[in-house]
Design a protein around this ligand. Sequence first.
Ligand code: HAM
Length: 433
Amino acid sequence: MDHSKNTQENTTTLTTIRGMRDILPDETPLWARLEQVARDIFGRYGYRELRTPILEKSGLFARAVGETTDIVEKEMYTFADRNGDSLTLRPEGTASVVRSFIEHGMDRQLPWRVFYMGPMFRYERPQKGRYRQFHQIGCELFGPATAVADAEVMSMVMSYLRAVGVSSQLTLEINSLGCPSCRPAFRQSLTDYFSALKSNLCEDCQRRLERNPLRILDCKQEQCRELSRNSPHTGQHLCGGCEEHFTSVRGFLDGLSQPYQVNNHLMRGLDYYTRTAFEVTTLQLGAQNTVAAGGRYDQLVADMGGPATPAVGFAMGVERLALLLAGQDTVKPPLVYVATLGPAAVLLGLQLAEALRGCGVGVELALAGGSLKSQMKKADRCGAAHTVILGDEEATHRTLLIREMATGEQRRLDYQEGLHFLAAGFGMGGMVP
Ligand code: HAM
């Protein structure tokens, strides 16, 4: 064994990897709520949870997301496993869901509606709202090709955002990206437009011009973004079918009184979209302003070797939602603090704490002992409504000295009475064993 390496590792400070972070206990109640509301809301629309592996074969993403996308070209965490197989930490969820749809023959169960949540990985430049490990909550619907399906999916996203309390700060932007019959004309007009400006494009985009000019519209470099603002847009090239579909989507959103903005320049960073694409943006997160994004991808299942099946979906960035809601969900304080003075009171304290928890009451038991003063300080700090003070006398007579923290009022009750009093105070009196 190479001990020198071990010693060296032990002396360097251990921290998380750049762009990855711990979600600390102060933040997890908000995260748990974001997840719970997703289960509730998406459940009402008939979506059920799918959990796919975080690691997939690398080829999956090149095929689904697109060889020329930033995600596949620059951002994937790809490595060989011990067998030499190339694996990738998933950079997004749709590719895995489509793989799963095909692998399990879910075309026999259409419409197939699933939601998923969990970490995704992209080697991007970290900044506020942009991380290398981030979390998405997403939904995918397989089967219907209709405009009403797109409208329902967008309405579901907005219902979710309303339910978690962020909708008033958000804008729903929509566009149609066309289909294989109108895409070639759009692509050609982009090639013509950008060819004339080639020398002003960044190096990557000069390359993209040859391979996939649509990707220029998604470039993050300011000089390219500037040129894209005046470029031809999808709206000028839609075929009759796509035009009709987009009109119909807008009609349904209008009929639901769901506000939206048509943004003809909206382009997605993944290749699989057809027809409807949308993003939900906020003015409150600076550059990383998209909290949810998605659209229709009618060719992807067939492109990945499955039976031709239209589909539509979206994903939301949980970190971005959490930033918008920061500080709104705080930890519930324990309702009762149990202070113990002297060894005889410890067992009584332990029994009382367990009995109260059995009645549904949150309890913090003083596990480290200490003076009454220091324990009362801790009781104060944890925000308990009542503190039970147990010393020798209480242990001998099995009584409880209960102090109401807000008023300082104290009462002495016998053990059973005290248990009833504390549990009843929280509406649980009837449950005392
Ligand atoms: P996306 O636009 O790449 O789409 O990501 C969706 C959302 O994930 C973004 O709008 C953002 O909120 C969040 N997100 C993306 N990258 C990061 C990052 N580095 N740090 C923090 N948050 C991030 C997709 O992934 C598609 N699979 C969505 C979809 C589902 N389309 C159809 N179905």
